[in-house]
Design a protein around this ligand. Structure first.
Ligand SMILES: Cc1ncc(COP(=O)(O)O)c(C=O)c1O
Length: 381
């Protein structure tokens, strides 16, 4: 019995998987069970930012593994405090809470907004994706994801993404928070406009709600800045993080301003595993590599190079840094074909390929990917 068949007998059918079994990773490259090599332009969906099996990451995590994996938030642990101190510097936010995933970070953000404002209503946007738990799902746009699980939390209003007038219509003095992805990821890589982000903050000042930035997909250098908020020169009241935070090791977090933190008390939220020594060390090691190897800058540089090369082969793209959406026809055919040719790509719809490679990617790898894409968009387009 092969792996596909074994999987089909034991796992809940939540995923539609591509027919490949990966067993090893090294930098930007993956190896399947037969030893075939692939260029990874998915990186665990915008997660493995420093590349697979980075030596510094392995060393730091291994040392921590041998020292202490998990204790509890009943006690103090050193990596958690060190990580929060590090995040203060790179986010400019004041206080942090750690959890294990993006949805949990969103969940905590929504709870914080309700607690701090004493209000109930959330405003989210068309195209949004914030995760699959009941709260995160409530502010996620796609009806297909939400419908089978209703009733979800209420009230939630969806305003049109990048439409200032619709935003103004939907927010009011009952709004606890507006939650926004500065670059919508799952929708197909759509950056917010400057005017739109500015309007969200103006409305906040008028109505007194909190602004939650969901930087789960955009954070930790993905867009060519530490966080996408830095492109807009704004500071959200609450920021949700995960994905690349541990470069593949599960960790999420929420950062808040001091005036938000002041209104939160002991026992109002918690997580057994959240912020454990091993996960926090993985995140510290990730941040160290991003800093030491200038990966935020590389993300900006390689993002520009990638998009220039795509333009040369006649493909339109959008995005920021190494978060790129490419306009194609028959995206899912391209995904399957590129796998045969040794390039791992993801599509968010039949019209959009999403390229989110490790931030360590270089010109040679980009050129290889562009060659494959050039060939495939001619044959499948
Ligand atoms: C913007 C955004 N928020 C939240 C999530 C949910 O994260 P997780 O899958 O870690 O729960 C995702 C995942 O794709 C995301 O892209």
């Amino acid at each position: 019995m092969d792996w596909f068949e074994r999987e089909s007998k034991v796992l809940i059918r939540f995923y539609r998987r591509l027919p490949v079994v990966f067993v090893k990773g090294e930098g930007c490259w993956l190896y399947d069970v037969n030893g075939k090599k692939y260029l990874d332009l998915v990186a665990g969906i915008a997660t493995v930012s420093i590349g697979h099996c980075h030596p510094h990451f392995i060393k730091r995590v291994r040392e921590q593994l041998e020292r202490l994996v998990h204790i509890s938030n009943l006690f103090y642990t050193t990596p958690q405090i060190e990580l929060a101190e590090r995040l203060q510097k790179i986010t400019g936010l004041d206080r942090f809470f750690f959890c294990n995933s993006g949805a949990e970070a969103v969940e905590a953000s929504l709870k914080i907004a309700r607690k701090v404002t004493g209000r109930k209503k959330f405003v989210a946007f068309t195209g949004s994706f914030h995760g699959r738990t009941m709260g995160a799902l409530s502010v996620t746009w796609k009806e297909k994801f939400r419908k089978p699980f209703e009733p979800l939390i209420k009230p939630v209003e969806f305003a049109k993404f990048n439409d200032v007038h619709d935003l103004e219509r939907k927010v009011d003095d009952e709004t606890a928070a507006v939650i926004v992805e500065p670059v919508q990821g799952e929708a197909g890589v759509y950056p917010a406009t400057r005017d739109f982000i500015k309007a969200i903050f103006e409305e906040r000042d008028e109505h007194g709600f909190l602004v939650i930035f969901d930087e789960v997909q955009t954070g930790f250098g993905r867009t060519g800045r530490w966080f996408a908020k830095d492109h807009f020169r704004v500071q959200p009241d609450v920021m949700a993080m995960a994905k690349a935070m541990g470069s593949g090791f599960p960790i999420g977090g929420v950062g808040v301003k001091e005036e938000v933190a002041e209104r939160l008390e002991a026992t109002e939220h918690a997580s057994t595993f959240g912020g454990n020594p091993l996960a926090c060390t993985a995140s510290l090691a990730t941040i160290e590599v991003i800093e030491n190897e200038g990966l935020v800058e590389n993300s900006e540089r390689m993002g520009e190079y990638f998009r220039k090369r795509l333009e040369e082969i006649g493909l339109n793209s959008r995005g920021m840094g190494l978060m790129i959406g490419v306009e194609v026809e028959k995206a899912f055919d391209i995904v399957r074909e590129s796998l045969n040719k040794g390039v791992v790509i993801n599509a968010t719809s039949e019209e959009t390929l999403r390229l989110v490679p490790p931030l360590i990617i270089g010109k040679e790898e980009v050129d290889f990917a562009v060659d494959v894409l050039s060939h495939l968009t001619k044959t499948t387009g």
